[in-house]
Design a protein around this ligand. Structure first.
Ligand code: DC
Length: 229
């Protein structure tokens, strides 16, 4: 079975996809980590993220792999661990223009389909239900209001998980900065020409602003059950 979870930054996709992967033993495919890996490699090589041709070359050249570490899934580029390096504010800024390049997306989608051809998969991103796995048995479009998303990202950056800890707090200035960045990225990701962030026609919409992870996972488990019968 394939489960596609799409939605904007900080909607809880990652936490929910991890929970589903743990609970049902599904392979986890974090496609945002792949675009981040391309953006990071561009920055490391001194390539302007707005240089579509150079970014495409990077996307076609690098090998992105996933592993398992004590703290969860790890990401490698050509064998080097980039798990933390892809989550910096610099990469947050560089990733949108890189992900908007059609040829970069083509290279990533091909890798995602290959990685997803392994049986039961839960994939999270922006275009999973629309482009990567349009025939996924379960499609979810997860949203949350921007303030909730900014707080989650800020807590995540401090090593916590606001989706699991309702009392989690973060530095106000950091939350404000992330909120501005989230709004900028939402606008960019939704308005780009290549595979913009949009729900598949047959996606189930879930607003996670006021739901716990367990409640979202329970809704998806019901959708999985319905898809099986
Ligand atoms: O989910 P994330 O924040 O790690 O994603 C990083 C960026 O990659 C985000 O700005 C949008 C882009 N992305 C995309 O265009 N398509 C995907 N399937 C996943 C992420």
């Amino acid at each position: 079975m394939r489960i596609a979870i799409d939605g904007p930054a900080g909607s809880g996709k990652s936490t929910v996809a991890h929970a589903i992967s743990d609970r049902f033993g599904f392979t986890l495919l974090d496609t945002g980590a792949m675009y981040r890996s391309v953006a990071l490699t561009c920055l490391e090589r001194g390539i302007d993220p707005n240089d579509a041709e150079a970014a495409t070359k990077v996307a076609q050249e690098i090998e992105i792999t996933f592993g398992q570490g004590p703290a969860g899934q790890t990401v490698q580029v050509d064998g080097h661990d980039v798990t933390s390096a892809i989550r910096t504010p610099e990469v947050d800024k560089a990733v949108s223009p890189v992900a908007a390049v059609p040829a970069v997306r083509e290279a990533m989608v091909a890798q995602q389909r290959a990685l997803g051809a392994v049986g039961d998969v839960v994939a999270e991103g922006r275009d999973i239900g629309t482009v990567v796995f349009p025939d996924a048995e379960v499609k979810v479009f997860l949203t949350a209001d921007p303030a909730a998303r900014a707080l989650r990202r800020a807590v995540q950056r401090d090593g916590g998980d606001a989706a699991k800890d309702a009392n989690a707090t973060a530095d106000e200035a950091a939350v404000a900065e992330i909120l501005a960045d989230i709004k900028r990225r939402d606008a960019y990701d939704s308005s780009r020409e290549a595979s913009p962030l949009k729900p598949a026609a047959d996606a189930h919409h879930i607003d996670s602003s006021l739901l716990s992870v367990d409640e979202v996972v329970a809704q998806i488990a019901d959708l999985m059950e319905a898809a099986r019968s």
